[in-house]
Design a protein around this ligand. Structure first.
Ligand SMILES: Cc1ncc(COP(=O)(O)O)c(C=O)c1O
Length: 365
């Protein structure tokens, strides 16, 4: 597909210090844009990344009709950049659109936009292992009209930003606490999709958890306040005895793509893996009995995030020796090995993008 393209006159890349990348603050030269108006999508295009102008009546600012995705592209070698499970991310984006009453997009256009961005901004894909190009598709209601109903116009963007290695100085296990009075999502609500308001609503509980000295919130279900759901931007796994347990997708948990990858690896390795309801009491009980061998989160940003402590209602459980456990490490090594093209990809998760503009690759490896 030949996309209308307006390249930048001058790249900003020489201003970027790849040794100190701040997540989500530095954006590559180009972005993808497509506008939905009067019932259909307009012509997709690639243009320089930069400000867009809207009036304060912009619908999304008032009613929050916005969805997004978070995925990554990985440098393999001078000829190849790997996208990780782009079809799954696109499918989830469409599910989010459906829930939020927004127009869906075609995978062909989405992937053509992504590939074109990677061809144009190859130079922005960090070369060092651990670093990656974060890809952020975003759609929002762009009618300038303040009425609490679905918008008649939507803007869809894909922007990318080079990001640092999540673990620069070894794994940094996190601590989690369950919230006293807040809930994240309820079945039938919007918790299972990636819509902006879910995150806005999580900031107050996240701040309170930090003020109490914990890294993140461990969410419980909103009805009985007992079943573990997920963490801020991660799904959660418990290795209890020899069984890997993760909360089932209850309708209020995000269907994480890294979660799915962990489950698929566990199955391939013949490890007992259960996606089921699990109460916080069961987790604490397993901890007290010495059966809780490992706890880790899974998500695009960190891939695998070891947990060293869980706090709930005045009780604290230490997990393992405070370092990453062998299973979490194996999951991390397997997934990142596949992402960077170092390991075979028996699952067909990666989509290699062949770089045709080779002269552009000049960053040192
Ligand atoms: C609420 C929430 N849960 C879980 C995840 C992990 O999902 P994924 O593995 O697809 O990044 C994310 C990140 O997107 C998230 O925002």
């Amino acid at each position: 597909m030949d996309l209308k393209t307006t390249p930048v006159e001058k790249s900003r890349i020489s201003e970027v210090d790849f040794e100190s990348l701040d997540f989500g603050r530095i954006f590559s030269d180009h972005m993808f844009e497509m506008v939905w108006d009067k019932g259909s999508w307009g012509e997709p295009q690639i243009k320089p990344y930069g400000p867009i102008s809207f009036a304060p009546a912009l619908n999304v600012l008032h009613y929050g009709q916005a969805v997004f995705e978070g995925m990554k592209a990985y440098y393999v070698n001078k000829e190849t950049i790997n996208l990780f499970r782009p079809e799954d991310h696109h499918k989830r984006l469409n599910q989010s659109c459906w829930r939020m009453c927004m127009p869906e997009t075609d995978y062909e256009i989405f992937i053509a936009g992504l590939e074109k961005l990677l061809q144009l901004d190859t130079e922005w894909v960090p070369r060092k292992k651990g670093r990656a190009l974060y890809v952020r598709p975003l759609m929002f209601a762009s009618e300038e009209y303040i009425a609490a109903r679905e918008s008649g116009r939507y803007h869809f963007y894909i922007m990318t930003c080079p990001v640092a290695a999540y673990y620069n100085e070894g794994f940094n296990p996190v601590t989690l606490t369950t919230p006293d009075k807040f809930v994240r999502a309820v079945k039938g609500g919007t918790g299972e999709v990636k819509t902006a308001g879910n995150y806005a609503a999580s900031f107050r509980p996240a701040r309170e958890a930090r003020e109490k000295g914990f890294t993140q919130v461990l969410w419980l279900d909103a009805i009985e306040n007992r079943y573990v759901e997920e963490v801020g931007t991660m799904n959660i796994f418990f290795l209890i005895g020899d069984t890997l347990v993760t909360p089932q997708l209850s309708g209020s948990v995000l269907n994480g793509i890294t979660r799915r990858s962990v489950i698929e690896i566990a199955k391939k390795e013949n490890l007992a893996v259960e996606s089921r309801r699990i109460t916080i009491d069961e987790v604490l009980e397993a901890g007290k009995k010495g059966q809780l061998r490992e706890v880790f989160g899974s998500g695009t940003a960190a891939v695998i995030s070891p947990v060293r402590l869980i706090h709930h209602a005045g009780q604290k459980i230490d997990i393992g020796d405070g370092n990453i456990g062998p299973l979490a490490k194996k999951m991390f090594d397997t997934i990142t090995g596949i992402q960077y093209g170092e390991l075979d990809d028996p699952f067909n998760w990666t989509r290699p993008v062949k770089i045709t503009n080779k002269s552009k690759i000049s960053q040192t490896e």
